[in-house]
Design a protein around this ligand. Structure first.
Ligand code: AMP
Ligand code: FE
Ligand code: FE
Ligand code: ZN
Length: 290
């Protein structure tokens, strides 16, 4: 029963619509998929409506958070939330704030690029995003490709979009402890995404993981394409030490990344445990057409 618990659709920075994403999953033989768009649950409805018979949809989110790095500074943390009540008022308000923050930041980055004579149509870019979707740097990467400035998303990041680069602007993300509290209060479970993906920038120290486990974090995403074998060993040991569940997932983004859906997976018993610990919203099962 292949289970992939981290994917992105056009509701954030993936290139497949929720319906296309589920078709890609079915084609790859994945029967359980979590839709985890950045800072939005707006794709859940389309995904549920398009769910092929026999497949299971795990409603989720990947929440943009900020954390102490455990060395006196701060770093970005992505928190996966699953099976929470999407109408929880605190959560709805904070995610709406984050999406507004994302649009404002993308507009400012695009304006800086336009000032440097990069051919970016800022307003057209923002107008083309679906309602309640999350704007991100991959959208700017696509605009640079469309304008013929770069050939690939990777090149766009390397030359224009990487953290700390000329056009990069930070966002005001949610403190990770707050996001854990909000998802837990809404009946969901939480898994820290790609915690040791060191190529993306600074990452949390083991002590921070211990502290977040004390505050209710449910699991660690260990098997992720951005984790090398050493990072996986380290994270598996930390998970065992602090009683955290171990998940695996592809972080599929359609053609914005080269990973394939189902490339990394979560074990059946771990998935059952995540479901058993959540009360906010059920796993959705595709009914056979009658
Ligand atoms: P943002 O959310 O706007 O800060 O952009 C971060 C997103 O960009 C991540 O969620 C990834 O999907 C994507 N990303 C980051 N680095 C790269 C890269 N080198 N190539 C392709 N996509 C990337
Ligand atoms: Fe992304
Ligand atoms: Fe992420
Ligand atoms: Zn992701």
């Amino acid at each position: 029963m292949p289970i992939d618990l981290h994917t992105h659709s056009t509701t954030s920075d993936g290139t497949d619509t929720p319906a296309e994403l589920l078709r890609a999953a079915a084609h790859a033989g994945v029967d359980t998929v979590a839709l985890t768009d950045h800072d939005t649950t707006a794709g859940w409805r389309e995904a549920a409506a398009a769910l092929p018979a026999g497949m299971r949809l795990v409603p989720g989110v990947e929440w943009s958070c900020v954390s102490s790095d455990g060395r006196g500074g701060y770093c970005s943390v992505h928190l996966l939330g699953y099976l929470f009540d999407p109408e929880s008022p605190a959560l709805v308000a904070e995610q709406a704030r984050l999406r507004a923050e994302r649009r404002k930041r993308l507009r400012l980055m695009a304006m800086r690029m336009a000032e440097d004579h990069l051919p970016i149509d800022t307003e057209g870019l923002l107008a083309g995003l679906p309602e309640d979707s999350s704007a991100g740097r991959p959208h700017l990467a696509r605009a640079l490709i469309a304008a013929g400035v770069v050939a690939t998303v990777d090149q766009a990041f390397a030359e224009y979009l990487n953290t700390g680069g000329r056009y990069y602007l930070a966002r005001v993300d949610t403190p990770v402890e707050r996001a854990i509290e909000m998802i837990t209060a809404a009946g969901g479970v939480t898994v820290m995404a790609h915690a040791f993906a060191r190529t993306r920038g600074s990452v949390v120290s083991p002590r921070v993981i211990a502290e977040l486990a004390d505050r209710g974090l449910t699991g660690l995403e260990v098997d992720h394409p951005d984790h090398d074998p050493a990072a996986r060993v380290e994270l598996r040991m930390l998970a065992a030490e602090h009683g955290l569940l171990v998940t695996g997932a592809s972080d599929y983004h359609g053609t914005n990344k080269s990973v394939k859906i189902g490339q990394e997976r979560t074990a059946d018993d771990v998935f059952a445990e995540l479901v058993a610990r959540s009360t906010g919203t059920p796993v959705i099962t595709g009914e056979s057409a009658t």
